[in-house]
Every structure is written in C-alpha cells, then in structure tokens.
Write a protein that binds this ligand. Structure first.
Ligand SMILES: Nc1nc2c(ncn2[C@@H]2O[C@H](COP(=O)(O)OP(=O)(O)OP(=O)(O)O)[C@@H](O)[C@H]2O)c(=O)[nH]1
Ligand SMILES: [Zn+2]
Length: 223
C-alpha cells in the first residue's frame, strides 16, 4: 500500500481512543460508533482457531501469533474507523472540464465471505464541474474503502458514490480489477482469474463516447 500507511501501533482506534466516525457506509460500524478494534479479543479468537484446527497455541513458534494476527486485522480493517470523505474536502477551482483519470491504483481488500485478500487495481476517472481535487486523494479514498470487509461490487459502487456526492463531478467512472484469493488458493482454485467491476455515473453513463474514451485511456491497446 503506497498512499497511506496504516500503522496499527499509531491508530487511536486500536488503543481504545476515539475512533473517526464512519459515515454513509454499508458496513457494521455506523456513523458516530466509537467502536475501537479490540486486540485482546482478536488474540483470544486466534488462539481458539489454532486449537480448533489441531495446533498447539502454546508451542514456541505460535506464542506471538495471536498478537501478530490481531495487529494485522487492525491494519487490514482500519478503514472501518476512517471517513473517506475527509480526503475529498480540499479542492482547487479549475476551468478544466475533460477527463481526469488516475489509473492502476493498487489495493488490497478482504473478501467478507472468507476473510481472504483480494488484490488488484482501481482506475478512477471524473469530469470536473469546476472543482478538481489532489490526485493522491483518489488513491486515499480507495485505501479507506478497501480496508474493510468487502465485496468487490460494493467497493466499486462506494468509491463511485463518494466521488459523485462529495466532488460534484459531471461524471465519474470507477473500474476495479482484482484477483480473489478465495478463488485462487482454495475452493475452485483458479489462479489467474480476475474479477472486473465498473460503476459509471453522470456523463460516463449517459454519453457512450465519453465512456469509450475513459476505457481507451484505462486499457489503451491492452484489451
Ligand atoms: N460477487 C462476489 N462474490 C464474491 C466476492 N468475493 C468472494 N465471492 C464469492 O462469494 C461466494 C461465497 O459462496 P458460498 O457458496 O457461500 O461459499 P463457499 O462454499 O466457500 O463457495 P466456493 O468459493 O464456491 O467454495 C463464492 O462464490 C466467492 O467466489 C466478491 O467480491 N463479489
Ligand atoms: Zn472470498
């Protein structure tokens, strides 16, 4: 993850401090819910899982594992306690009204069905309506939304809705492509399979040539 470093040790949500409010989300935490990440509870659960699969949680190599896994979950789910709209508040006034695209934004999210990672890239485009935002903010929004238990379709839609509602753009296009570990390392075991989802709003939905333009910008001759 490049744009935002979620260090579990620095996160006020983890030590029991006040969590940032989560708003407008389909997730379990709700706006104003100050639920911190309960590390000792995760540790107890991990010990249980180890015992349940037939391991000895007290053998030397596993002694620190519950605490490590707890920190890992706090990091992977840090987005539950962050508001992505924080990153869309600051904007610049520009006359530019053509497509702005930041493509190949890498992300790692966790599939909510199996709690396994799905890893890929997001491509975010918008046509400004007088307001442009810093390019890094698009990647920051992806980071926050990805770091929650997710399904790819909802993640795609959440990012697009955030850009529509908080940027007031004339059009928003979000394309996400990812490899799901739950399909590659277990179950049907199809390494190499990719899931591609998209959400087109405003101009990108109503104007076929604008939509074709953004797909050309994203994929060029690749597809
Ligand atoms: N639509 C969608 N499905 C997902 C996503 N991530 C994982 N899944 C799917 O969620 C489904 C869960 O299916 P279940 O039948 O409840 O669980 P399962 O028995 O583990 O399914 P298999 O993976 O087929 O072994 C699977 O088909 C996964 O491929 C996602 O982001 N979007
Ligand atoms: Zn899964």
């Amino acid at each position: 993850m490049t744009e935002q470093n979620f260090d579990a040790n620095d996160d006020p949500c983890i030590s029991g401090g006040s969590a940032a409010q989560l708003q407008g989300s389909a997730h379990g935490a709700v706006a104003g819910d100050p639920k911190p990440v309960d590390l000792p509870r995760i540790e107890r659960a991990v010990r249980e899982i180890l015992a349940a699969v037939g391991e000895n949680p007290d053998r030397e190599g596993l002694l620190e594992t519950p605490a490590r896994v707890a920190r890992m979950y706090a990091e992977m789910f840090a987005g539950l306690h962050l508001d992505p709209r924080e990153h869309l508040r600051k904007f610049f006034t520009e006359e530019y009204d053509e497509v702005v695209l930041v493509k190949d934004i890498s992300f790692c999210s966790m599939c909510e069905h199996h709690l396994l990672p799905f890893i890929g890239h997001a491509h975010l485009a918008y046509v400004p309506d007088g307001k442009v935002i810093g390019l890094s903010k698009l990647a920051r929004v992806v980071e926050v939304v990805a770091r929650r238990p997710q399904v790819q379709e909802r993640m795609t839609e959440e990012i697009a809705s955030l850009l529509v509602n908080d940027l007031g753009a004339k059009g928003v296009a979000v394309v996400v492509e990812a490899s799901h570990s739950c399909m590659t390392i277990r179950g049907i075991r199809k390494p190499g399979s990719m899931c591609v989802t998209s959400s087109m709003k405003g101009l990108f939905r109503s104007n076929l040539s604008t939509r074709a333009e953004v797909m050309q910008l994203i994929y060029g001759g690749k597809r």
